[in-house]
Design a protein around this ligand. Structure first.
Ligand code: CO
Length: 138
């Protein structure tokens, strides 16, 4: 299946137990600029962003042990949680992927941080790396 779905890496999502404990490494050691925090109720996470060129690092702290990131931390510990690729038309891409048999977690776009539309592809499709597709708010 040839396509130009992924335009660039929009962000990397990293699961952490505590934003307060994780932020100093990115801010003080790597010298990245924080662009604020946001709670995404739908995902049961509090998110801190660090800008890096056209991409961002997204630190994810669970607000509930039962949410997706809370369960990830319990099973695998802190670390890389997902890679987010930017696309132009998420709804169209999801329909195309579903039609070609790609297993999806989200068949419809959901609302993520920064007002972005997001959806996840099943990690079994990508060798265990959770893959997010996102379309920035216009
Ligand atoms: Co993300």
């Amino acid at each position: 299946m040839q396509s130009t779905l992924a335009r660039k890496i929009n962000h990397l999502g990293i699961a952490v137990h505590s934003l307060d404990e994780a932020e100093p490494f990115y801010r003080d050691v790597l010298g990245m600029r924080s662009s604020g925090r946001e709670e995404v109720v739908d995902q049961a996470v509090r998110v801190a962003f660090f800008d890096l060129g056209e991409s961002r690092i997204e630190l994810l702290e669970p607000t509930s042990a039962d949410g997706p990131v809370g369960r990830f931390l319990a099973q695998r510990g802190p670390g890389l949680h997902h890679v987010a690729y930017e696309c132009d038309n998420l709804e169209l891409e999801l329909a195309r992927l579903a039609a070609s048999g790609v297993r999806l977690i989200d068949h419809q776009p959901r609302r993520g941080a920064h007002g972005m539309l997001i959806a996840f592809i099943h990690p079994k499709e990508s060798g265990g790396v959770l893959t997010e597709l996102c379309q920035p708010a216009r």
